[in-house]
Design a binder for this molecule. Structure first.
Ligand SMILES: [Zn+2]
Length: 439
């Protein structure tokens, strides 16, 4: 406040200098070295930027105001390291939290709009918990277990899916037409991936072709989460129809129940390797005795073993994490994800398309690893599952017993699409008769 008032009375040339000085102070704060494990300073730390909706009244007037939870809303360009420094927590504590995040890797992809809430112990001023709020209905709490480690707990609110039908005609590319009709970039890519085995979106789509896409928007008890899923896609190309419908197994099938994706590989390597640690959501930590889930399966293998993508997909993350080491995340058909950790070498780039069986990396022993191994994860609908036991797309058709349920869903989606298509057709007719009047 004082700086702003001061600026008003300064000649223009000085504004720049003062701003530079302010920037330098900011930079110094971010770069200041921190003593490991130091309790939070009792002098006021820089006020957290962003909303602070938690303004608990201090019951004891003698208590320091630092005991309130503080919320920090992430902005573009933020780094965890800088946020921790600005909040007065050491890089050492950040490392302890990152260790707890190894099975989630949630702190590795923070986006503007996510927020962090810091809870400080009133007695000794140490960080006792940090919450990460990714979107309404999903938050993760990292809680201190002892003075060397944290553990995580996920909180997922019940949610439902609200349908939206997006419909349009091809003018130019599918990408441009779908974007104009209101489909997000991410969902356009997903649609192309889902129907990718049936047609080539660059070659097979012509002006005048028609598309109907049913997008599900996730609504949690706390409001829309911003997450979407494609429930149905239909492309009318001349008198040909291509369609894809999401089944309860998270895979996509055409209207006849034929799978649209090629079979997944069960194992991400050519040879089979010994499982050194199995998938286990209730694994007990050997030291703390508390539940420390293992979200993947560990295969012991020599460093440099070629790692294969278990399905067709798009590289969504290439990271280097202090505990997970070099790692890759691949998205397959929108509903499946795979992760490969502790790699020695990554052979792909972010955003790259890969095929099932394609060599994506060489195994290693990077990050916190007790020996050369690959940690492999499979996620279905954003939840980790046991890659050894899970049902994976097998490139066949829906089982006979499940067909009635599937057919019923397809019918409902087609009715929704036809409702919109009819509306659009009437609209087009009106437009055409108007233009005829003009000629
Ligand atoms: Zn593992």
């Amino acid at each position: 406040m004082r700086i702003i008032a001061f600026l008003k009375y300064m000649p223009v040339g000085h504004h720049v200098m003062l701003l530079l000085a302010v920037c330098a102070i900011g930079a110094a704060l971010l770069l200041a070295p921190h003593t490991p494990d130091a309790p939070r300073a009792s002098t006021p730390t820089p006020a957290p930027v962003g909303d602070s909706d938690i303004n608990r009244e201090q019951a004891d007037p003698g208590a320091t105001p630092l005991n309130r939870p503080t919320r920090y809303s992430l902005r573009s360009g933020d780094t965890l390291s800088a946020i921790f420094s600005a909040q007065g927590f050491s890089q050492h504590i950040l490392q302890q939290i990152l260790a707890a995040d190894e099975e989630l890797l949630a702190l590795d992809v923070l986006r503007p709009g996510n927020s962090l809430v810091f809870h400080v112990d009133e007695s000794d001023q140490t960080l006792k918990a940090m919450e990460l709020q990714l979107h309404p209905g999903y938050r993760i709490e990292y809680r201190r277990v002892n003075h060397t480690s944290f553990e995580f707990e996920e909180f997922v609110s019940p949610s439902t899916w609200q349908r939206q039908v997006i419909t349009g005609n091809i003018q130019g590319s599918f990408y441009v037409s779908a974007q104009q009709a209101g489909l997000s970039d991410a969902d356009i890519l997903k649609a192309q991936q889902i129907l990718g085995e049936r047609l080539n979106f660059n070659r097979d789509i012509r002006p005048g072709d028609h598309f109907d896409i049913v997008v599900g928007h996730q609504i949690s008890e706390e409001g829309p989460t911003g997450q979407t899923r494609l429930e149905g896609i239909r492309l009318l190309r001349g008198n040909k129809v291509e369609s894809a419908f999401l089944h309860t197994d998270s895979n996509y099938y055409d209207a006849n129940g034929e799978s649209l994706s090629r079979a997944f590989l069960r194992y991400p390597t050519e040879a089979r390797y010994r499982i050194s640690s199995a998938f286990n959501l209730r694994r007990l930590h050997p030291v703390t005795g508390r539940i420390a889930p293992h979200h993947g399966v560990d295969f012991a293998m020599p460093i440099g073993t070629p790692i294969l993508s278990t399905g067709d997909g798009v590289i969504r993350r290439v990271g280097n994490h202090p505990f997970a080491g070099r790692y890759i995340e691949i998205e397959h058909n929108g509903q499946f994800k795979t992760r490969y950790l502790h790699l020695s070498r990554v052979l792909v780039n972010n955003g790259q398309q890969v095929k099932r069986g394609e060599r994506i990396a060489l195994s290693g022993n990077t990050g916190r690893s007790t020996g050369p191994h690959l940690h492999f994860e499979l996620h279905v609908g954003n939840r980790p599952v046991d890659p050894i036991k899970a049902e994976i797309p097998t490139a066949t058709r829906i089982a006979k017993a499940e067909m009635p349920v599937f057919t019923q869903k397809v019918r409902a989606l087609l009715v929704a699409m036809d409702g919109s298509a009819l509306h659009l057709a009437r609209h087009a007719e009106t437009a055409q008769s108007n233009s005829e009047d003009d000629s």
